[in-house]
Ligand binder design. Structure first.
Ligand SMILES: C[S@@+](CC[C@H](N)C(=O)[O-])C[C@H]1O[C@@H](n2cnc3c(N)ncnc32)[C@H](O)[C@@H]1O
Length: 221
């Protein structure tokens, strides 16, 4: 059975953090749960998104360098640049088609983002202060998975091996090797404990969980 084309692909746009993004079947349709990555970054930057929320202990430098790995439509990277204009924002993806959509979105929102084609951090030649990543984490074997509902979105944006954790674990490995100070990851809450255990073994400190989002800190030696 062919699933109907999602509304966002029909209209060509999806809202994310109050702004519209071009979406085509080359990119994942941005999800509301991903917006909390932005809140986590703002919190680290000492600009909590809600009045009364205490900024985290591990503050960023004044002009932080932030890399969004697996940028897709560019919604995370572009929102960070809009909300935190003092940051230098980089965005990478393994898909050239996705990067072309992200470039159009950056142009439409009037922001400059450095785009990089890369498998995870392979082509990244600098050390950002923060890496944010909503990588593919869906496990094809989840019994509750509605594959039909996801069939219009690119497989490369959704699915990962090793119970959905393959790319997240590889990114943790690369980030710890490069001593990236902060790592903010999206994953399904059912995967969180495994990710926290894995990251802790690699020397990362789990700072907080909000919704689907995990924030880690690398104690600097
Ligand atoms: C879940 S989508 C997230 C898209 C966007 N960041 C968002 O939150 O809506 C995952 C993205 O990661 C990219 N991707 C998949 N494998 C990758 C890899 N090995 N290295 C870098 N990016 C990858 C996909 O092309 C896709 O754009």
């Amino acid at each position: 059975m062919n699933a109907p084309l999602p509304t966002a692909y029909k209209s060509g746009y999806q809202d994310f953090y109050g702004r519209d993004y071009i979406v085509t079947p080359d990119v994942l349709i941005p999800r509301p749960e991903t917006e909390q990555i932005i809140d986590a970054v703002l919190n680290l930057a000492g600009k909590p998104y809600l009045p009364g929320v205490k900024p985290s202990q591990n503050q960023l430098p004044k002009n932080p360098t932030i890399l969004d790995v697996g940028t897709g439509s560019g919604c995370i990277a572009i929102t960070i640049k809009k909300e935190l204009p003092e940051a230098s924002v980089y965005a990478s993806d393994i898909s050239e088609e996705a990067l072309n959509i992200a470039r159009k979105n950056a142009h439409n929102h009037g922001v400059f983002i450095h785009f990089i084609i890369s498998h995870l951090l392979d082509n990244v030649k600098f050390t950002p202060n923060v890496i944010v990543a909503n990588l593919p984490y869906v496990d094809k074997n989840w019994s509750w998975l509605d594959k039909d509902a996801l069939s219009c979105e690119p497989d490369i944006a959704l699915y990962a091996e090793d119970h959905g954790l393959e790319l997240i674990k590889k990114l943790i490995d690369q980030s710890t090797t490069c001593q990236i100070p902060h790592l903010i990851l999206e994953a399904d809450p059912c995967q969180h404990q495994k990710i926290i255990n894995y990251a802790t073994k690699k020397g990362l400190q789990h700072l907080e969980t909000r919704g689907f989002i995990l924030t880690f800190y690398t104690p600097q030696v």
